[in-house]
Design a protein around this ligand. Sequence first.
Ligand SMILES: *Cc1c(COP(=O)(O)O)cnc(C)c1O
Length: 228
Amino acid sequence: MDVEDNIRQVRKIMAEAANRSGRSPAGVRLMAVTKTVNDDRIAAAVRAGVDIIGENYVQEAKRKLETMGKTGEWHLIGRLQTNKAKHAVHFFDMIQSVDRLELATEIDRRARAAGLIMKILIEVNVAGEETKSGVPIADAFNLVRAVAPLANLSIRGLMTMPPWFDDPEEARPFFRALRELRDRIKAEGIPRVEMEELSMGMTGDYAVAVEEGATIVRIGRGIFGERN
Ligand SMILES: *Cc1c(COP(=O)(O)O)cnc(C)c1O
């Protein structure tokens, strides 16, 4: 199947999941995750109307943006080293992988120098997996409170990547935990903090993520096929 057919299929499944849970399909945006994907196929996804391009690496995004030009929103979803923040602020509309104050402080400083406000999500490690990035749920409140005053950042919500399961139903409690955390933080009414976005759900589990409240799903293989 080509990229356009795949996107049509993914959108259909997203809409069905939204309807099943009484949500509007318009409340969920589709991100095409483009790590290792060549420019022609990314361009095909853009033509098919994906809302957001998601990149894992700053250097890869820089190279692609130089050859393709910028269309739509580009979000960083991969782990960001603090010393790369100065480049990241120039290429991305949102950084979804903010999981520590040191990193937030550096993005804020670089955004100020560039004269912009960077939208961010706080990445949460919902299952407490050793190998994964993300702030533990128990520390998320404190991180949001600490980041909130940074004037050149705008917190928009939360992002997570739950453990991988054969059966996507097993990921449901982790998606639900992220939504509940979002709701609790929102209820605090912390100044400057918007808690609308929930970035969760990948090729294997996005229908479940949408049922649990995802506002952005991040799809790589489901659009572009298996990565080499
Ligand atoms: C690669 C990646 C995805 C997409 O995964 P697929 O299984 O290809 O849909 C989503 N989010 C992050 C953070 C990723 O690194």
